[in-house]
Design a protein around this ligand. Structure first.
Ligand SMILES: [Zn+2]
Length: 162
């Protein structure tokens, strides 16, 4: 037995003005769409916006329910929309932002475990990595080169066959 480790590198940007116009537009879009989430129970509004390879945008927001467990995260709402509207179109860059009624929104948040698994599945359908931007309503932006970076040792379809 010997030790092993995973190393995940990401970039931080303190000011979105350092970023490309394309990234700034995507970030503004995610920040402005977060209030549209249906989150009357948690007060935690999330928007997940995909800039698709053809330059279009497809987004999702979290959708809660009085029966709490059936609520859906913004990321999986977005993936379902993409798979329905443009199933052959890869995602170029994904931006996730949020607005909370209870906590400050100046630090990036990351997708939950279920959404990480769903994002990895979507990414594996195409040969291109999905670049990921995480941000609050203000403050830093974290950039990952692939959604798989957030889920080391992800369970993938090749685990199901030889
Ligand atoms: Zn989630």
């Amino acid at each position: 037995m010997h030790s092993a480790s995973f190393h995940i590198a990401y970039n931080k940007s303190a000011d979105i003005k350092e970023m490309s116009k394309e990234d700034q537009d995507l970030i503004h879009r995610a920040r402005s769409l977060a209030p549209d989430a249906y989150a009357p129970y948690s007060g935690f509004h999330v928007a997940s916006v995909a800039l698709m390879k053809d330059g279009s945008y497809i987004h999702g927001t979290n959708q809660e329910n009085a029966s709490y467990p059936i609520g859906l995260c913004a990321e999986r709402v977005m993936l379902a929309a993409i798979s329905s509207i443009a199933p052959q179109l890869p995602i170029k860059t994904l931006c996730i932002s949020y607005l909370s009624e209870k906590v400050p929104t100046d630090i990036p948040i990351a997708p939950c475990g279920i959404c990480r698994q769903s994002l990895v599945e979507f990414e594996s359908r195409f040969s291109d990595p999905i670049r990921l931007l995480l941000t609050g309503q203000t403050g830093e932006v974290y950039e990952f080169r692939s959604v798989t970076d957030l889920l080391p040792m992800a369970f993938k379809k090749n685990n199901l066959k030889k």
